[in-house]
Design a protein around this ligand. Sequence first.
Ligand code: NDP
Length: 400
Amino acid sequence: MSKVLVIGAGGVGTVVVHKLAQNTDVFTEIMLASRTKSKCDNVAADIKKRYGVEIKTAQVDADNVPELVTLFKSFQPKLVINVALPYQDLTIMDACLEAGCNYLDTANYEPLDEAKFEYSWQWAYQDKFKEAGLTAILGCGFDPGQTGVYTAYAAKHYFDEIHYLDIVDCNAGDHHHAFATNFNPEINIREITQKGRYYENGEWVETGSLEIHQPINYPEIGPKESYLLYHEELESLVKNYPTIKRARFWMTFGQEYLTHLRVIQNIGMARIDEIDYNGQKIVPIQFLKAVLPNPQDLGENYDGWTSIGCRIRGIKDGKERTYYVYNNCSHKAAYEETGMQGVSYTTGVPAMTGAYMFLTGKWSGAGVFNVEEFDPDPFMEKVAQSGLPWNEIIDGDLEL
Ligand code: NDP
C-alpha cells in the first residue's frame, strides 16, 4: 500500500501519472497536484478512461512551503515525485522534511534569476534527510536519470575502471513546427544557451555555447550533428566514478532550431532578468514561453525517434573495453500510449521506475542520492518492461 503524490501536470507529469496508473499493484493511491488544477483534472479524466483508475487531484503552489506541507499532511504520500520546474526543488524538499515524505525529482535545482546547474544546493540536504530517516532521489528522468543508471550498470557488469564517458542524446524526431522546444521552453533555452563544459583530467573545461560539435552516428538513425553541452549528471558521475578521465555530454540540434535560437538570443528574448514593458515588469524568456508552441501539444504529428545512451571506454581484466548502451524511443508510440511526445515519455518512464524501485524496497537508504548510487539491475529490468527497452554493443567502435 503506497500513496504517491506527483507535483506538476506538464508533459512529464502526465507521462508519470500514466505509468503509475499502469502499476497500481505498487502505487495504490495516486494524487496529481499542480498550479493549475484543471490540467490535473484533464489528466485524471484521461487516466480514468484509459485504465479505469481514479486519480486524486489538487491545486498547489509549489513555491509555498506551508501550502505544500498542508497538502502532504492531508494526503500523507510515502513518496513525492517532483516534476514541476527545477525552481521548486528546494521548497518541495523542505516540505517533504517537514511532513515526513520521501522525495524524487528529474532535474537539479536552479535559481530563478541565474541559469546555474549544480547539485550543491540539493546535496546540502544530505544530513537533514539522513537525520529524518528519509530518502531523496535526485535526477531520475532520462538525462539525468537513465544515463546514470546506464553508467552504474556498465561499471557493475563490464568495467573494472571507467575512463571515458560520452552521453549522447539525439532527437531525430520532427514535430513539423518551425521552432518549438520539447520540454519547458524556459528551462530548455536556459540550458542550451549557457556555456559548454566538460570534465577532463580532474578539471572542468569551459567552451563557448555550442562551440564544439561533430557528427555522431546514432543507431537506426544515422549521423546527426551533435553539440557539446554541460549537463548536470556529469557532476555526480565524475564524483561517483573517480576513475573517469573525461566525461562529456552531446545533444543533436537541427540547423533550423539553431538559427531560431541565435535570433532569439540576439534580439534579447532569451533574457532571464526583468524588464519594464509599458509600466509592467516582464521576463523576456517567460513571455517567449507564452507564445511558443506548448511542448505538451507537440505529440500529435510528431514522427521519428529519440536515441539516448552512454558510450564508455575503460578497462576490464587488464584489457581495453568499449560499451554502448542506449534506448531508441518512438515519438508516435509515446503519443499513442500517453498523449505526450517522446521527450516527456523518456523522462516520465524512468521517474516512475525510480519510484517503483523505492516503494518496492529495491532502492533504499536515508539521505540524498543520485541514481547511480543504487543497484542498477532491478531498474534496468523494470524500465525495459515499462516502455524503454535498451540495447547494448560491447567492444564496438564508439567513434568518440
Ligand atoms: P512543463 O512546463 O510542461 O510542466 C511543468 C508543470 O509544473 C506545469 O504543469 C506547471 O503548472 C507546474 N508548475 C510550475 N510551477 C509550479 C508551481 N510553482 N507550483 C505548482 N506547479 C507548478 O514541464 P515538463 O513537464 O516538460 O518538465 C517537468 C520537469 O522535468 C522539469 O523540471 C524539467 O526540467 C524536467 N525534465 C527532465 C528531463 C530529464 O531527462 N531528466 C527531460 C525533460 C524535462 P502550469 O501548468 O500551471 O504552468
